[in-house]
Design a protein around this ligand. Structure first.
Ligand SMILES: [Ca+2]
Ligand SMILES: [Ca+2]
Length: 279
């Protein structure tokens, strides 16, 4: 596992081994400039952190499976017996009710099985399910500002790699509509985590693959809405230029709290246990 040997990452610490196979990036204490004057909703603001650890990848099917095996946990979609799903051939913005869809079979019983895709991000989990997993490993979901700090890795551009979108840098939806995917980035649905180059601090897939749940609500979100929805960031394999183009460092998406989708996952944050050593 060569990524454990990575030398010190500029602006962050070395990668560390965490619980349940998580590889963690240490975000150092400091103040970060977030948002952008060019963005309609995510206005420039500063975020001060005492530092934290964040997983370098989205939580995988294998990791979620270990949690389920250890605890017997059942997700909201499993309890309901169905979830929303869709894929190539769907109309824009179309999620359909699929009987038997759950994290084990995100597209229904006839679709790909999670146990055959251990290194893909877990999906079809609600925010509550993601929080239950985080508690089990001793962590929590990132806040909106923690996510943006770690995802930017010091960049002040809309993408961690620069100002312009690059189809080879992340897993989103390639094509004018969801009727046909041109497969430019190599994956129609989820990709194995770490399939694309990391950002400057070593985090993979902050853009694309699956949306990542975050805690908190942005200032513009009405309090009534914040009670019923949970935010997600970074876009996903489902997101195209013409439909939900949130695959960047600035947009903040949200979905119903009790819902689960095949393009929604999460990464885990761990609070630092030790106090910062004086210089
Ligand atoms: Ca893709
Ligand atoms: Ca992602």
């Amino acid at each position: 596992m060569s990524y454990f040997l990575a030398a010190t990452i500029a602006g962050a610490g070395e990668k560390e081994r965490g619980e349940n196979g998580h590889v963690l990036v240490r975000i150092l204490a400091g103040e970060h400039a977030l948002g952008s004057a060019a963005h309609r909703l995510n206005k420039p603001h500063r975020f001060k952190t005492g530092g934290f650890l964040i997983s370098d990848a989205e939580t995988t099917n294998a990791q979620f499976s270990a949690f389920v095996k250890a605890t017997g946990y059942r997700t909201l979609a499993e309890k309901a017996g169905w979830s929303l799903s869709g894929g190539e051939g769907s109309a824009e913005w179309e999620w359909k009710r699929v009987e038997g869809a759950s994290w084990r079979h995100p597209f229904g019983p006839d679709g790909p099985a999670a146990e055959k895709l251990p290194d893909h991000p877990v999906t079809q989990i609600s925010g509550e399910d993601a929080r239950a997993y985080c508690r089990w490993v001793g962590g929590r979901l990132p806040t909106l500002d923690e996510w943006e700090t770690a995802a930017r890795a010091g960049a002040d551009t809309p993408y961690p790699w620069g100002a312009d979108f690059s189809a080879k840098a992340c897993n989103v939806w390639n094509g004018a509509s969801h009727l046909k995917n041109t497969r430019e980035d190599g994956h129609v649905l989820t990709a194995p985590v770490r399939s694309y180059p990391p950002n400057a601090w070593g985090l993979h897939d902050v853009i694309g693959n699956v949306f990542e749940y975050c805690e908190g609500a942005p200032p513009w979100m009405e309090s009534t809405l914040a009670k019923t929805r949970i935010c997600g960031r970074g876009g996903s394999w489902w997101c195209s230029a013409n439909s939900c183009d949130f695959y960047n460092l600035l947009d903040i998406g949200s979905m119903a709290k009790g819902a689960s989708l095949p393009n929604q996952g999460f990464r885990v944050v761990f609070d630092l246990k030790e106090k910062a050593k004086p210089e």
